[in-house]
Design a binder for this molecule. Structure first.
Ligand SMILES: *Cc1c(COP(=O)(O)O)cnc(C)c1O
Length: 400
């Protein structure tokens, strides 16, 4: 997944353009920037690549989710449905706009289970936020139908799946808004950065204002601009955007390499009958950022993960016991350990999450996800694939 593996001359050249004129901010200073508007340029390129009308760059993926929620008019006491398996950024963004994250089970896609989503809907629900974890997507068709039936906004978190597609649409472009992260470990990196993509004029117009203190961006005098509504500062720096320009150009190459390496490993593992694979929804094409497998039981998955480590295989994750990506370790959320006082609505609304999610546990306790890198040589991938197969086979010896 990591674009940082491909940091090279192209990135340096784009950054040098910015350093040469010293204008590190996206807005203003028109006379001295030698025509370099790196953030605007990356927004244009991203919108084209993602086949949408608008892209808004921001400072992080978390900021992208926050801005998307704000643009959808979500605020105090509103409920947003999100999966039990995701990065903590999902609930952070929801909480930051005053809303209530409502956790919901996942299924064998490792993303939101549409049936569970339907059950989680209440009169306060305003949006559904599927997260395309580890390079593959939610059943967007079903989720869209649910959104249409209940008049809800669909916000795709495609932070881990840029380059994948669903029904021939780039991931992130299917819902009302899609969010990307360009942090340092994502497929495309800016160092730090994020983006919201949308075909909606209204959301796009709100987004550029909201992420810049409410500035209307009319005219050439920032100080004289008006502020039609309250905003914040989620701006990205020109230096970060410059890196992203070079990185985005490499996206197709990255996906091709990921697919190649993923396929070599998956084919090698094919000899292990006990291993099954994460379900990719119909008409979906993964970004191949990870290969996610299921082992028959929790115990075997734990052993399998240990065996991979023992065989010197890095970057394979057993998310079930991970502090950041699975609800079981989010006690700071369940115990409401907030630095400042949460609103009454959030305090009582959050209690709905203090329960177990057996369907999610059933899948996640058996899941191991292995990162696919792009810098491996073919020889290295083949050796890795053999070692991984050997490691996983070792846990089945004597268990049949
Ligand atoms: C990385 C990530 C984010 C947050 O992105 P940052 O740029 O690190 O703030 C949000 N959601 C998912 C699924 C992520 O993987």
């Amino acid at each position: 997944m990591p674009g940082f593996e491909l940091f090279g001359e192209e990135e340096k050249k784009e950054v040098q353009d910015v350093l040469d004129n010293g204008v590190l901010m996206r807005y203003g200073f028109d006379g001295v920037r030698n025509g370099h508007y790196k953030t605007s340029e990356l927004e244009k390129n991203l919108a084209t690549k993602m086949q949408v009308k608008h892209a808004q760059l921001v400072s992080s993926g978390t900021a992208a989710l926050t801005v998307a929620l704000a643009c959808a008019g979500i605020g105090a006491g509103d409920e947003v449905i999100m999966p039990t398996f995701t990065f903590v950024a999902s609930f952070e963004a929801i909480l930051s706009v005053g809303a209530i994250p409502v956790l919901c089970d996942i299924d064998d896609t490792l993303t939101l289970a549409p049936k569970a989503v339907e059950k989680a809907i209440s009169s306060k629900t305003k949006a559904i936020m599927p997260v395309h974890m580890c390079g593959s997507m939610a059943d967007l068709n079903s989720l869209k139908k649910i959104c249409d039936a209940h008049n809800l906004i669909l916000i795709e978190d495609a932070c881990q799946a840029i380059g994948g597609s669903y029904e021939n649409k780039p991931l992130g472009s299917y819902g009302d808004m899609g969010c990307f992260s360009f942090d340092y470990v994502k497929t495309v990196t800016c160092g730090e950065g994020g983006a919201i993509i949308t075909n909606s004029e209204i959301f796009a117009d709100r987004a550029h204002k909201y992420q810049d203190h409410g500035h209307d961006h009319i005219g050439t005098d920032r100080g004289a601009e008006t502020h039609p509504f309250l905003g914040y500062n989620y701006r990205i720096s020109e230096l970060s955007a410059a890196v992203g320009i070079a990185q985005l150009r490499k996206l197709d190459q990255i996906i091709t390499l990921q697919k190649k390496n993923y396929t070599i490993i998956k084919e090698a593992m094919g000899v292990i009958e006990e291993v099954s694979y994460r379900k990719v929804p119909q008409n979906g094409i993964e970004s191949y950022a990870f290969l996610s497998i299921f082992l028959p039981t929790e115990e075997l998955a734990k052993k399998g993960h240990e065996a991979l480590v023992a065989h010197g295989i890095d970057a394979c994750f057993y998310w079930y016991t991970n502090n950041w990506h699975y609800y079981k370790k989010w006690e700071h959320l369940f115990e409401q350990k907030s630095l400042g006082k949460l609103s009454q609505e959030q305090q009582s609304g959050l209690l709905i999450n203090n329960r177990s999610f057996k369907d999610s546990d059933q899948w996640m306790s058996r899941t191991i996800s292995c990162l696919i890198k792009v810098s491996w040589s073919e020889q290295e991938v083949k050796e890795r694939a053999l070692k991984m197969t050997e490691a996983l086979q070792s846990v089945f010896v004597g268990s049949i």
